[in-house]
Design a protein around this ligand. Structure first.
Ligand code: SAM
Length: 255
């Protein structure tokens, strides 16, 4: 994920996932900084992910996962044609509440430009964003709650590297993500590149683990096949989060 770069971190203590209060994730500030308008990096991520979903016929995937969904609707809308059921897994109360409100009362107007782009790239998507979100279910839970072999496709955007300072824990989160799909299942992910722990607005510092392409290859290559990693340049229209760009990953779990 994305947040303002904090002052130099206290390196005497590595903050793990359980050390942060994910129920208190600052949804309003996060949306304001990242998703109230389409940024160049969103266009890049959506283009990358759309190319995967476009290859799948409508309703051809029985069950797909959005791991650590947070309040970001665009990965969920992209799945809305191919997937018959999308589990938006989110441990934090604030993010899950926002998602439920979007599904129950209709999406905020600010998501419409995102949907127009998604639909231009995935023509099988339905006419309205509300329809595209119909297969989505909000599921309270974290990566550690995933049941192996459950999904045809798993997607994860700005999560494993944005929720812990511990590289081993980052790797374990990625391993749970890979294991969540059935053998032969598809993996689709976006990571902030080299982002240190960060702030959103004026709130607390959230733990992050700076990763680069080599780190992603070290974690994913032994567990996957057809691994591909692409890169987007740093988006200077976002607040300064200390990242150097975005890494985009596709892979498959070996059959
Ligand atoms: C930086 S935000 C990214 C949100 C969203 N995926 C996006 O694209 O903007 C990180 C998200 O991961 C969630 N999270 C934190 N710990 C997690 C865990 N152990 N497993 C899954 N999600 C987690 C947080 O609650 C938060 O919603």
């Amino acid at each position: 994920m994305r947040g303002e770069a904090p002052p130099p971190a206290d390196r005497t203590r590595v903050r793990r996932n359980r050390d942060a209060d994910w129920d208190a994730w600052p949804v309003t500030d996060y949306l304001a900084e990242n998703y109230r308008q389409l940024h160049p990096c969103d266009i890049g991520v959506i283009r990358h992910h759309a190319a995967v979903y476009r290859r799948h016929a409508p309703h051809s995937l029985a069950r797909t996962l959005e791991l650590g969904a947070g309040p970001n609707l665009y990965p969920l809308m992209l799945a809305g044609a191919a997937s018959r059921r999308v589990d938006a897994l989110e441990p934090g109360a604030a993010g899950a509440d926002y998602l439920r409100r979007q599904l129950d009362r209709g999406p905020d107007e600010s998501w419409q430009p995102f949907y127009a782009l998604c639909r231009s790239l995935v023509p099988a998507l339905p006419a309205t964003l509300a329809e595209a979100l119909r297969p989505v279910r909000v599921v309270p839970g974290a990566a550690g709650d995933l049941v192996p072999d459950s999904y045809d496709l798993a997607s994860m955007n700005f999560v494993a590297e944005s929720v812990t300072e511990d590289f081993d824990e980052f790797a374990a989160l990625c391993a749970a993500f890979v294991g969540a799909v059935r053998p032969g299942g598809l993996l689709l992910a976006a990571f902030m590149e080299r982002m240190p722990s960060y702030r959103i607005g004026t709130g607390p510092v959230w733990p992050a683990c700076p990763v680069d392409e080599a780190a992603l290859r070290a974690v994913f290559a032994p567990r996957t096949t057809r691994l591909r990693i692409a890169r987007l340049a740093k988006d200077r229209t976002l607040p300064e989060y200390g990242d150097t760009g975005i890494l985009l990953l596709t892979a498959e779990r070996p059959a």
